[in-house]
Design a protein around this ligand. Structure first.
Ligand SMILES: *Cc1c(COP(=O)(O)O)cnc(C)c1O
Length: 392
């Protein structure tokens, strides 16, 4: 039997659901890149990014996925051989560190856990030992999509300040911007970056970087600069320089429309929607975990992200459950990656997601647990509903 034929849901932590309006915004002819309305689209996107990152700093748009923004952050501000400190809390920051190594930087990992956020006290200790201030930059992710952790960026900034350390503070917000509070200037972030295809509801292919005045200063002497990523060139007077070549017109139309949707909802309202859907998911998982086979990957409740929930279960159950939800019911949920590859599921509640999609997904997972006779605590969906009915 199959119950698949109907509207299918993609509930993986990126790429995420692209709203119809955003898809339609791309369906138009190419336009002139030297003058006319495209220039206004560029201005709108660059200015809106400041609003999203909550910064007065400069913003940049790359025709690249998130990995491209990682390169842009590093190459524009650092020098060959510089030492950087990568704060581990899952897979993603480590991947950024691997990119840094290839780029010519010396990488130190501050070891962390897959089950908890980065500990500010450990960061402070490590920075206090660096009396010569050899560490030029500190890299962290706000949300790690592999572990499901949320890192407290404000607390990490305070730890850097408590150690009196001058390193640049760089934050990857690819899985959190538009979903959860982020305050680049208020929290003292020097370089922030994100991508189009997660909380920002666009197709993959654009990424965005914002730079503080301190990052601008570091940029002046940075010798890792590359032609494509270079901020100085991108500040030039010609429109094409903003993209170092042909602007990715159709993705810009998509992004403009997605921004209009997000601002139409209200960014704080979007954060709140994610908070409610995230907590509803956690209520369901907590019930399912009471008996048997499932558990949260992140052990501390406050460090579980509002954009993705990572649930551990043994690989045979995880595979069977994901196959069931997809093939029989039409909901694609994520598998786990990296060091916990295969050993769980990832339920995304990120971007263009409403109560229908989330409750439908949770119900489908519970149907799968029941049908496949995976040991679980009953009442997960009811717990999610009870929570939402109180919270809304
Ligand atoms: C998805 C993701 C990335 C990688 O982005 P790509 O567009 O695949 O390069 C990096 N960081 C975080 C936090 C992510 O969620």
């Amino acid at each position: 039997m199959s119950l698949r034929h109907g509207k299918e849901f993609l509930m993986i932590p990126g790429p995420t659901n692209v709203p119809e309006e955003v898809l339609r915004a791309m369906h138009r002819p190419a336009v002139d890149i030297y003058e006319g309305p495209l220039l206004e689209t560029t201005d709108y996107c660059l200015t809106s990014l400041k609003q999203l990152f909550r910064t007065q700093g400069r913003t940049y748009i790359y025709a690249a996925n998130g990995h491209g923004a990682w390169d842009a952050a590093l190459c524009n501000t650092l020098n060959r051989g510089d030492k950087i400190l990568v704060l581990e809390s899952g897979r993603v920051a480590l991947g950024w560190g691997e990119a840094a190594e290839i780029t010519g930087l010396t990488v130190e990992i501050l070891p962390g856990s897959w089950k908890a956020g980065v500990d500010p006290a450990r960061l402070e200790d490590r920075l206090k030992q660096d009396t010569a201030h050899e560490i030029a930059a500190i890299l962290v992710v706000q949300v790690d999509t592999a572990s499901g952790v949320w890192n407290d960026i404000e607390a990490l900034r305070k730890a850097i300040d408590a150690a009196g350390h001058p390193a640049l503070f760089m934050v990857d917000t690819i899985a959190s911007l538009g979903c959860m509070p982020f305050e680049m200037d208020a929290w003292g972030v020097d370089v922030a970056l994100t991508g189009s295809q997660k909380g920002l509801m666009c197709p993959p292919g654009l990424s965005f970087v914002a730079a503080s005045p301190k990052a601008d200063k570091a940029h002046e002497n940075a010798n890792l600069r590359t032609n494509y990523t270079d901020w100085t060139f991108r500040q030039g007077p010609e429109h094409y320089q903003k993209y170092c070549g042909t602007p990715p017109e159709h993705l810009l139309y998509a992004f403009q429309k997605a921004l209009e949707l997000l601002f139409g909802e209200g960014v704080e309202n979007a954060w709140n929607r994610h908070a409610l859907l995230g907590e509803a998911t956690r209520r369901a998982v907590a019930e399912w975990s009471r008996e048997g086979a499932l558990d949260f990957n992140i052990s501390e409740p406050h460090a579980r992200s509002n954009s993705v929930t990572v649930v551990r279960l043994d690989s045979a159950h995880a595979t069977a459950l994901r196959t069931f939800t997809k093939e029989i019911c039409g909901v694609t949920i994520g598998g786990t990656i990296g060091e916990i590859s295969g050993e769980g599921i990832r339920i995304a509640h990120m971007g263009h997601v409403n109560a229908v999609m989330l409750l439908g997904t949770l119900s489908t997972i519970e149907l799968g647990l029941e049908t496949l006779k995976i040991p679980y605590g009953k009442g997960g969906v009811q717990a999610a509903i009870s929570y939402l009915s109180e919270a809304i």
